[in-house]
Design a protein around this ligand. Structure first.
Ligand SMILES: NC(=O)c1ccc[n+]([C@@H]2O[C@H](COP(=O)([O-])OP(=O)(O)OC[C@H]3O[C@@H](n4cnc5c(N)ncnc54)[C@H](O)[C@@H]3O)[C@@H](O)[C@H]2O)c1
Ligand SMILES: [Zn+2]
Length: 377
C-alpha cells in the first residue's frame, strides 16, 4: 500500500489492455485538466457531453469551460437523473443527439455523471458509427471506484438490469474527487461499500486502513483520494488480467449475488441503493463462508462491524419494508446470470482480503443459510 496522497497531486493508474490501454487520473480538482488531456490524446476532436439533470447543474459548466480552454468544441445532451434512463428510449435519444451533433469517428463522447450515465453514454458510444471513443468523468463515488473503469456498458430490460450492453473501454477516466462534495451523504455511503469490497476481496491492509481512516475518507481530501486510487488500482489490475470476466474478474461480484437478489426483491427502488444491497450481500457472503467453515466467525463479525460503523445496512431486518422471504431470495438468486447447470456461483472468503470464486454451491445449502439468517432477525 502506498502512503496517502497529498491533495492536488493527481495519481494516474493505467488499465493495461495493449492498444486499448488507458489512464485513470485521480485527484482533487482534476476536471480543469480534462480539455488538455483530451487534446493530447485526440488532437482536433469535437466532443459531446452526456449528463443527467442533477449532475448537469453542478458540473456541466465547469466541464464546458475545461474543454473550451483547450479549444475543444462541445455540445451536450442531458437526460433525466436515475436508473430509468438506462432504457432503450433514452439510449435512442442519446444516439440521435450524437448523430445530430455530427460526432464522427475520431470525435468523442464524454460521460459526465454516475454509473447510470457512464453505462448509458458508454453504450451509445459503442453503437453510434460502430464505435466512438469516449471519456469517463465519474461524479459519484461508485462510478469513480467501479463503474467508470473496465468497459462494461449497458442498459436495463424489463427482465433485468444490464442485460443489453457491450464491452467498450473508455480512452481516459478523469476522477475528480472534489466533484463528490455535492453528492448526497447516502449516495457517498452506498459507494463506500464498493471501496470496502476491494479490501475484502484481496487487500487486508487496505481494509484495516479503512477501519482506521474511514471518517477521513468521508470528509474528503487526501484520504479520500487514496481510497479511490487503491480501489482503481485493484480494479485496473483485475480488468487487465481478465477483461471479459472469464475468471478472476468475477471476484468483483463479492456480495453481488445476495445483493442483486435483495435489490430485485426491493423492486430496485429507493428502499435499497445498490451499495446498500452490496453491504448486506458482503455481510451475508462472509457469514455464509463462516457457516461453511471456510473462515473464522470473528472475521465475519469484523466485516459486519465496519460496515455498520459507517452507517451501511448489515441486517436484513433493516431493509425498509421488511426482509424478503428466503424462497423469494433463492428464486431471485437462481435467476441471476451467475448460475451454471443448477449450481450457484458465489464469491466466498477464506479471510478478510482472501476471497475466491466458488462455482459449485448447492442451492439447498444457501436456502438453509438464508432461513437461519432470517430467523435470527
Ligand atoms: N459498468 C459497470 O462496471 C458498473 C459497475 C457498477 C455499477 N454500475 C451501474 O451504475 C449505476 C449506479 O451508479 P450510481 O450509483 O453512480 O448512480 P447514478 O448515476 O444514478 O447517480 C446517483 C444519483 O446521484 C446524482 N449525482 C451524481 N453525481 C452527483 C454529484 N457529483 N453531486 C450530486 N448529485 C450527483 C445522480 O444525478 C443520481 O441521482 C447502476 O445502473 C449500475 O448498474 C455499472
Ligand atoms: Zn456493485
Amino acid at each position: 500500500m502506498t502512503a496517502p496522497l497529498r491533495a492536488k497531486d493527481p495519481t494516474a493508474v493505467t488499465v493495461a489492455l495493449g492498444e486499448r490501454s488507458y489512464d485513470i487520473v485521480i485527484g482533487n480538482e482534476q476536471l480543469s485538466s480534462l480539455g488538455r488531456r483530451i487534446a493530447a490524446l485526440r488532437p482536433g476532436a469535437k466532443a459531446a457531453i452526456v449528463t443527467d439533470k442533477t449532475v448537469g447543474q453542478y458540473c456541466l459548466a465547469a466541464t464546458e469551460t475545461a474543454l473550451a480552454a483547450a479549444g475543444i468544441s462541445a455540445t451536450s445532451v442531458t437526460v433525466a437523473a436515475g436508473e430509468s434512463s438506462k432504457s432503450f428510449a433514452v439510449l435512442e435519444t442519446v444516439c440521435e443527439a450524437l448523430i445530430a451533433a455530427r460526432i464522427e469517428r475520431g470525435d468523442l463522447v464524454i460521460a459526465l455523471g454516475g454509473g447510470v450515465i457512464g453505462d448509458l453514454a458508454g453504450f451509445a458510444a459503442a453503437l453510434v458509427r460502430r464505435g466512438l471513443d469516449y471519456v469517463q468523468v465519474p461524479t459519484t463515488l461508485l462510478a469513480q471506484v467501479d463503474s467508470s473503469v473496465g468497459g462494461k456498458t449497458a442498459i436495463d430490460s424489463p427482465q433485468g438490469k444490464n442485460l443489453i450492453g457491450a464491452f467498450h473501454q473508455p480512452i481516459l477516466v478523469v476522477a475528480d474527487s472534489a466533484l463528490l462534495d455535492t453528492l448526497p451523504a447516502r449516495e457517498f455511503r452506498a459507494g463506500y461499500a464498493e471501496v470496502a469490497k476491494y479490501g475484502l476481496i484481496a487487500d487486508a491492509d487496505f481494509f484495516a486502513w479503512l477501519e482506521a481512516n474511514w471518517q477521513q475518507v468521508f470528509a474528503g481530501g487526501g484520504a479520500r483520494e487514496h481510497a479511490i486510487a487503491v480501489s482503481c488500482r485493484m480494479k485496473a489490475a483485475i480488468v487487465a488480467r481478465d477483461e471479459r470476466e472469464t475468471g478472476e474478474r468475477a471476484l468483483l461480484n463479492l456480495g453481488h449475488t445476495f445483493g442483486h437478489a435483495l435489490e430485485a426483491a426491493a423492486g430496485f427502488s429507493d428502499r435499497l441503493r445498490h451499495g446498500e444491497a452490496i453491504s448486506l450481500g458482503m455481510v451475508l457472503a462472509f457469514a455464509f463462508s463462516a457457516r461453511l467453515k471456510l473462515l473464522a466467525p470473528d472475521q465475519a463479525a469484523r466485516v459486519e462491524r465496519h460496515l455498520a460503523a459507517v452507517g451501511l445496512p448489515t441486517h436484513l431486518r433493516s431493509i425498509p419494508g421488511g426482509a424478503p422471504q428466503a424462497e423469494r431470495l433463492i428464486e431471485l438468486i437462481a435467476q441471476d446470470k451467475k448460475v451454471r447447470r443448477g449450481k450457484l456461483t458465489f464469491i466466498l472468503a477464506r479471510g478478510i482480503g482472501d476471497c475466491f470464486v466458488a462455482p459449485h454451491i448447492e442451492a439447498d445449502e444457501v436456502r438453509a443459510f438464508l432461513l437461519e439468517k432470517l430467523s435470527e432477525q
